[in-house]
Design a protein around this ligand. Structure first.
Ligand code: GLU
Length: 364
């Protein structure tokens, strides 16, 4: 990659908060300076910023007696207003407008909502506005929640066809051992097939939800879809220009973990489907013949005759899991009919495809 044209930058709560949990406005200001430098170099930037809950907590204090859901709702409602106000003022200092996009998992679960969201962020970028994305923590609870903002940033990165996703945390990258032991080093490159997980500690970050394990799982998935993912230290001065501007050799000098993208970038529809697995509404149990046909070299759609049974209730346009006779999932796909119609057609010859090839993503 010689020059980047569009990048997503995810900033974790740990980067934006001081050790006492209050919002680190100096750090925010430094990051805005860096993003402005990227924009001046012609790079479009989408910011995914955490920190709402942390900044709300520091505003209201922890003296309130609330359950987990209510405290997250209250802190995020107050904290998001504070966070976006800060960003607004900081970008405004450079004459640049920013705008807020708050989202929930549901917005990625149906193609219409997904395209609507994509259009919103695309329009903002075209108008020169910096989109600042966060989860709508005030209303998203339990099954509506993203695992963490790392997951959200991966979805935004693939949705917006960025060339790189930079995940800024408070450490330099993924280490090849315990960071407190002498000789431990940051893994500089992760190739698509490298056995990375054995190095990773499952600890969570102090103020956010994600840990290194979720970061690397997301990073691997996003990289397998053709996007470079960089995990780096957001507390280091001028980290973003160092990572993304300059010659390839200069960029390589910066300590961070780079997930090398796999050469093939699937179509954006396939990428969306690959990422939609957690929104799957039901299952189609397939016969051996269908599994063989789908996993063969030809681009094959799933016909009613290959379906043995239908599990769960879904509507036309929903994502479902595709399961083989051994109960093992082989992929996911978007259905052309609701569960009732698919059940009625299952096992019969003829009829239109239940999942078209272009709307299917196979794990095989
Ligand atoms: N959306 C949460 C916030 O802004 C952060 C979630 C996470 O830690 O990943 O506070």
């Amino acid at each position: 990659m010689e020059t980047y044209k569009r990048v997503a930058v995810k900033v974790g709560s740990n980067v934006l908060t001081r050790s006492d949990g209050t919002l680190d406005v100096t750090r925010m200001s430094a990051l805005v300076d860096q993003m402005v430098t990227l924009r001046r170099a012609g790079i479009e930037v989408i910011l995914i910023s955490s920190g709402a809950v942390a900044s709300g907590r520091s505003e209201l204090g922890t003296g309130l007696k609330l359950d987990d859901v209510s405290s997250r709702q209250l802190y995020s409602a107050v904290g998001q207003a504070k966070l976006i106000n800060r960003y607004y003022d900081l970008f405004r200092g450079y004459g640049i407008a920013c705008g807020q996009v708050l989202t929930t998992k549901d917005n990625f679960g149906s193609r219409n909502l997904y395209l609507n969201q994509k259009n919103c962020i695309g329009t903002m970028l075209a108008a020169g506005v910096v989109p600042i994305v966060n989860e709508n923590d005030a209303v998203s609870i339990t099954e509506l929640m993203f695992t963490d903002n790392d997951e959200l940033s991966g979805l935004i990165a693939t949705m917006m066809d960025v060339e790189a996703l930079v995940i800024l945390s408070h450490i330099d990258g993924i280490y090849d051992g315990d960071p407190s032991c002498p000789g431990t080093q940051v893994i500089r490159h992760v190739e698509p097939s490298s056995p990375l997980e054995r190095y990773i500690q499952s600890g969570k970050s102090q103020f956010g939800r994600g840990g290194m394990l979720t970061k690397s799982t997301i990073a691997r998935k996003v990289a397998s879809e053709g996007v470079e993912v960089i995990i780096a230290n957001g507390k280091r001065d001028d980290i973003l220009p160092a990572l993304l501007l300059g010659t390839a050799a200069e960029r390589e000098d910066v300590v961070c973990t780079r997930f090398v993208p796999s050469g093939k970038a699937p179509s954006s529809v396939k990428r969306w489907i690959a990422h939609s697995e957690s929104f799957a509404k039901g299952k189609l149990h397939l016969n051996e013949g269908a599994v063989k046909a789908l996993s063969g070299p030809e681009a094959t759609s799933l016909l009613p005759v290959g379906i043995v049974s239908v599990e769960g209730t879904f509507d036309e346009g929903n994502i479902v899991r595709l399961v083989g006779p051994d109960g093992v999932q082989i992929g996911v796909g978007l259905v052309t009919a609701d569960s009732e119609a698919v059940s009625a057609a299952a096992g019969k010859h003829g009829g239109r495809p239940v999942v078209h090839y272009d709307y299917m993503y196979l794990d095989l």
